[in-house]
Ligand binder design. Sequence first.
Ligand SMILES: Cc1cc2nc3c(=O)[nH]c(=O)nc-3n(C[C@H](O)[C@H](O)[C@H](O)COP(=O)(O)O)c2cc1C
Length: 339
Amino acid sequence: MRGMYAALRPLLFTLPPEFAHKLALAALRGFGAMPASAPPPGSGIELLGLRFPNRIGLAAGLDKDATAAAGLAKLGFGFLEVGTVTPRPQPGNPKPRLFRLNEDHALINRMGFNSAGASALAANLRRVRDCIDVPVGVNIGKNRDTPVEVAADDYRACLAATYDVADYVAVNLSSPNTPGLRDLQAADVARALVGELVVERQRLADAHAEKTPVPPLFVKIAPDLAPDDLEATVAEASRAGADGIMATNTTVSRPTSLRSKRAVEEGGLSGRPLFALALEAVRRTRDAAGTGPVVVGVGGVASPDDAAAMFDAGADLVQVYSALVFEGPGLVARLVGGS
Ligand SMILES: Cc1cc2nc3c(=O)[nH]c(=O)nc-3n(C[C@H](O)[C@H](O)[C@H](O)COP(=O)(O)O)c2cc1C
């Protein structure tokens, strides 16, 4: 598969990145409709009442509306995360808003939560849920025009709309492309928000007693938090009832190592240059969280060695996105094989 993707890549890279992404999703939808293939590889692990066939997952943002989840599951991931979804549909930022930094094996995006809305995502997922045999998490956010002061209403609405189809929920407090969103990471704000979502989840659990386990709540943080702030946010979110932390989202920083002329684009940087920052954030997150909460390491993972470093730093699970663009779908099997 590596050879095939290596052959196709120069052609794919002549296309505008968002168009190439659309093509890939269409191909995955076709793949998803084909008869079932082998069961997901790996020896498996049970966490928070969920059975993960392996510890390598797809990070949020590739399948924002859950239109290709069945095809993605067939790539061998141990879990998938769809979204970020917002309560109401919204178009996201003007294009172009996704850039490849080929020399750096990195991407910059300022998508801005383009979303079909939470009910549409839930309906898409309901249609395919039975043919996906790995946990599927839903990553939730707020609409751009919702004032930050009432952001909790949006997160609650997303949680309610997707509760029956989500195996876990990731509360995205860290995308850099929605003004004010990252302010929700302030420790006291995050504590209050997680507290409200825990209450809402209990209300939903009472109304959907048949659904077990109750979906765990993860909080996704940025790699740009100062160490003290990261520690405070992780501690408070955990105290308020978060079951896990995802570290990290994209960075607004621009490491001096970047060589691509696209490095000047505004937005969140992901891929290889993010790895060191994300790894450090995972280490600090594990220190601050203690042994209880589940830690998901994400950012720049592109090889089995990278994944192993994330696990050594304290991650229970690892996710990937950008490296799939540079390495192709065969990366999943290589990561699973080495993990
Ligand atoms: C094009 C693109 C869109 C993304 N959209 C989201 C999103 O909607 N929600 C989210 O939590 N993270 C989003 N991310 C961040 C990824 O989930 C991940 O945290 C980040 O890219 C670091 O992992 P990577 O280096 O393996 O890509 C996006 C990343 C990219 C490249």
